[in-house]
Design a protein around this ligand. Structure first.
Ligand code: UDX
Length: 449
C-alpha cells in the first residue's frame, strides 16, 4: 500500500521504516531539510537499535523515501499518518499546532479521498479538531472531497522501538467507519500474527487509551517510589518488597522498579497533559497529580543522598556520573533524571564528570562547554579524581563493575545507585558506602576521605 508519514521524529521514522520493511511504499515528509537530506543518505538522527539498517535497506530498495515536498506526500499515500510532535505548551497541555498544520496541508493538496491517521499522542477530541481544520480548508478550496480521521496511537518504547513496532502487542484503531477499518486491517495485516491484535473502538476511546496506558505505567512507578521512600524510613528493603508483591499476578513484575524517577518523551508529558485535560473538564485528577508530584520529588533523591553523605557540603565536590540518558539503549535526554541531578549539583558549586555509552553528544548539545561538566571517554575515566559515584541509568556495562577500581579511584568511598543495580552488602564488602533507592543508607562505612 502507499503510505505517507508526516513527521520524521521518533515515532514517524520508526513506523515508516517498519511499514516499508514489510513491503509498503512509504514517503516521509518533514520540514527539516537537513534531516531529510541525511536520511536520504542513510544517516539516522537518533540512536535506536536496528533502525539504521532497516532505513538504509528500504531506501535502497526504493520503498522508503524522504522529502520536504508536502504536495508530493499528500499525492502519494491513500493513508496519511500524522506523526509530528505535540510538545507541552506553557500550562502542560499538548500543543497541537503542528498536528493541525499537517491536517491543513493534507486538505490543501488532496485530490481524492484520504485516510488521515493520528499517530502522535494527542488529547481526546483532537481527531474532531483535525476534521474541522480539514473541512475548513476544503470549503475554502471549494471542493467536495471525502476524508476520514482515525486515531491509531503508538505504544513503542525507546531502545526497543523497532521490535515493538514490528511485534505490537495491540494495534488500536479508533474509527466508526467499516471501510476505514478494512483499510487499516490491510495495512497492519503483516503485524497481526498469531492472534488478532487489532482492537477497534470509537475515536475518543482510542485517544484516551494511549494516555491511560502511559499514566497507568507512570502510576506504578510513582507508587513504587513512594513505597521505596517509606521502606527507607522504616528499615525495610524495597527489593524484597518488590519481589514479594510482583509475584502476585494481579500486580506483576513489570514497571515496579523503584528508581530516581521516570523521564523520557512520554510519561512526564502525557501525565501532565492528562491532568490538564481533566481539569479542563472540571474534574480534579488527584491520583494523576500525585503521580507527577511523587516523580518530581523522586528526581531529587540522588542529590539528597549526596547531601546527606557530605553533610550538605557539596561546593567544590566532583561527582562521577554513570548514565545520562533517561533510560538505557537510547541517547534521549528528555526529562532525564541525570539532568535534575547535574543542575542541582552545579547550583551548589559542585562539578560533574560523566560517562554515557550513547548520550554524550546529546549532553554536549544541551549544555555546551562548561567548566563544571566533563564528558569522559570511558566509565573508568569518569571516576578519576572524583569524590563519589552516582549511577543514573542502568546501562548493561555498569552492571558488574570492578568495585576495587571504583574504591581506589574515588576520594570518598560512596556509590549512590539511582537504579538499584547492586547488592548493598557486596558493595559494602569492598569498603564502599552504598545508598540505593529504598534500601537504606550504609552506616558501616565511614564518610571520611
Ligand atoms: C513509554 C511506554 O513504555 C511506551 O509504551 C510509550 O509508547 C512511550 O512511553 P519509553 O518512554 O520509551 O516508553 O520508556 P519506558 O521504558 O517505558 O521507561 C520510561 C521511564 O520509566 C524511564 O525513565 C525508566 O527508567 C522509568 N521506569 C520504568 C522506572 O523507573 N521503573 C520501572 O519499573 C520502569
Amino acid at each position: 500500500m502507499k503510505v505517507t508519514v508526516f513527521g520524521i521524529g521518533y515515532v514517524g521514522l520508526v513506523q515508516a521504516a517498519v511499514l516499508a520493511g514489510v513491503g509498503h511504499n512509504v514517503v516521509c515528509v518533514d520540514v527539516n531539510e537537513k534531516r531529510v537530506e541525511e536520511l536520504k543518505n542513510g544517516q539516522i538522527p537518533i540512536y535506536e537499535p536496528g533502525l539504521t539498517p532497516l532505513v538504509q535497506d528500504n531506501v535502497s530498495a526504493g520503498r522508503l523515501d524522504f522529502t520536504t515536498d508536502a504536495k508530493r506526500g499528500v499525492e502519494h499515500g491513500k493513508i496519511q499518518f500524522i506523526a509530528v510532535g505535540t510538545p507541552p505548551d506553557e500550562d502542560g497541555s499538548a500543543d497541537l499546532q503542528y498536528v493541525l498544520n499537517v491536517a491543513r496541508t493534507i486538505a490543501e493538496y488532496m485530490q481524492e479521498h484520504r485516510i488521515v491517521v493520528d499517530k502522535s499522542t494527542v488529547p481526546v477530541g483532537t481527531a474532531d479538531k483535525v476534521s474541522a481544520q480539514m473541512r475548513e480548508v476544503l470549503a475554502r478550496r471549494g471542493v467536495d472531497l471525502g476524508f476520514d480521521v482515525v486515531s491509531n496511537p503508538e505504544f513503542l518504547k525507546e531502545g526497543a522501538a523497532v521490535a515493538d513496532c514490528q511485534r505490537p502487542d495491540r494495534i488500536i484503531i479508533g474509527t466508526d467507519s467499516a471501510a476505514v477499518e478494512e483499510k487499516m486491517r490491510e495495512l497492519y495485516a503483516p503485524f497481526n500474527r498469531n492472534h488478532d491484535r487489532i482492537i477497534v473502538m470509537d475515536v475518543r476511546s482510542a485517544e484516551l487509551t494511549k494516555y491511560a496506558a502511559n499514566c497507568m505505567l507512570a502510576t506504578k512507578i510513582s507508587f513504587m517510589n513512594e513505597i521505596a521512600n517509606l521502606a527507607e524510613r522504616l528499615g525495610a528493603d524495597i527489593e524484597h518488597v518488590r519481589q514479594g508483591i510482583g509475584s502476585d499476578p494481579r500486580i506483576g513484575y513489570s514497571f515496579i522498579y523503584p528508581g530516581c524517577g521516570y523521564g523520557g518523551s512520554c510519561f512526564p508529558k502525557d501525565v501532565q497533559a492528562l491532568v490538564r485535560t481533566a481539569e479542563k473538564t472540571g474534574y480534579q485528577p488527584e491520583l494523576l497529580k500525585s503521580v507527577e508530584a511523587v516523580n518530581y520529588r523522586q528526581k531529587n533523591k540522588l542529590f539528597e543522598h549526596l547531601s546527606h553523605y557530605f553533610d550538605g557540603d557539596l561546593a567544590g565536590k566532583k561527582i562521577a556520573l554513570w548514565g545520562l540518558s533517561f533510560k538505557p539503549n537510547t541517547d534521549d535526554m528528555r526529562d532525564a533524571s541525570s539532568r535534575v541531578l547535574m543542575e542541582a549539583l552545579w547550583e551548589v558549586g559542585a562539578s560533574v564528570q560523566a560517562y554515557d555509552p550513547e548520550a554524550m553528544n546529546e549532553t554536549q548539545r544541551i549544555y555546551g562547554n562548561r567548566a563544571d561538566l566533563s564528558l569522559m571517554g570511558t566509565k573508568e575515566a569518569a571516576l578519576n579524581g572524583a569524590d563519589a559515584l552516582v549511577i543514573c541509568t542502568e546501562w548493561n556495562i555498569f552492571k558488574a563493575p570492578d568495585f576495587d577500581v571504583i574504591k581506589d579511584a574515588l576520594n570518598y568511598p560512596l556509590i549512590v545507585d539511582g537504579r538499584n543495580q547492586y547488592e548493598p552488602s557486596i558493595v559494602e564488602s569492598y569498603g564502599l558506602a552504598y545508598y540505593g533507592i529504598g534500601r537504606g543508607r550504609s552506616v558501616s562505612v565511614s564518610n571520611e576521605a
